[in-house]
Design a protein around this ligand. Structure first.
Ligand code: SF4
Ligand code: SF4
Length: 225
């Protein structure tokens, strides 16, 4: 129908508009009444970065890789006397670990590169300030965010076990099981049944079967084992 025809039907636009209104009225509302109601954020939301201080070895990787240079770390060395050791050892003690969230662009690189799982994302986002200088979070405040870090997601049941899990399972099974697993692996990877070569016309089936039994490495012998 042409535009002229549509315009000629009186009240059609009004009915269409009312139909949309009625449809919307009967749908479930999705408005979240924040701040009266806390939003349900996905567990991997990037709200703020939390620091687990005891895991930090002051390796400085996060500060070096941060594209915004907004991580500030200071530390000093401390002598640790190990009983029975010939010399005392040294360890880094964290004096300062600050993140300036007025510069941070929430790329997550610092969390990715940390080799000791000292940094974590938390979905907490309510830390707006009236003074931009207050967005510099010290290590105490970053450590405080740890209570809002959600638990890690469950492992994928179909995924490969981690290196640690595989090592623990090998140790639990004992050294004999580890050796057996090593020797059994090549046999398991061997093709299950190599197709016997096509018999020449006129060859006796009984002889062929006998030959097959005589070959210890044949596919049939493997299957019987
Ligand atoms: S999230 Fe990115 S920008 Fe923010 S502190 Fe970490 S590395 Fe720097
Ligand atoms: S990368 Fe991790 S362990 Fe290294 S200084 Fe940063 S938070 Fe600490």
């Amino acid at each position: 129908m042409s535009d002229d025809g549509e315009r000629s039907t009186p009240g059609k636009g009004l009915v269409q508009g009312l139909a949309v209104t009625l449809k919307t009225m009967t749908q479930r509302t999705t408005t979240q009444q924040y701040p009266d109601v806390e939003p349900e954020l996905p567990p991997r939301s990037r709200g703020v970065i939390a620091l687990l201080e005891e895991n930090c070895t002051v390796c400085m990787l996060c500060a070096r890789e941060c594209p915004d240079w907004c991580i500030y770390i200071d530390s000093h060395k401390e002598e640790v006397v190990v009983p029975g050791a010939a010399r005392s050892r040294q360890r880094n003690v964290l004096d300062r670990f600050d993140i300036d969230f007025s510069l941070c662009m929430y790329c997550g690189i610092c969390i990715e590169v940390c080799p000791f799982d000292a940094l974590h994302w938390t979905p907490e986002f309510e830390y707006a300030e009236t003074d931009v200088l207050d967005l510099l979070h010290s290590k105490d405040r970053l450590g405080d965010w740890m209570r809002t870090v959600p638990p890690p997601p469950a492992h994928d049941v179909l995924g490969e076990p981690s290196k640690e899990e595989a090592t623990a399972a090998r140790k639990a099974a004992g050294p004999g099981a580890a050796t057996a697993a090593k020797t059994a692996r090549p046999a398991a990877r061997r093709p299950a049944a190599a197709a016997p070569p096509a018999k020449a016309a006129g060859e006796e089936p009984a002889k062929a079967a006998g030959d097959e039994q005589a070959k210890p490495g044949s596919g049939e012998a493997e299957r019987e084992r």
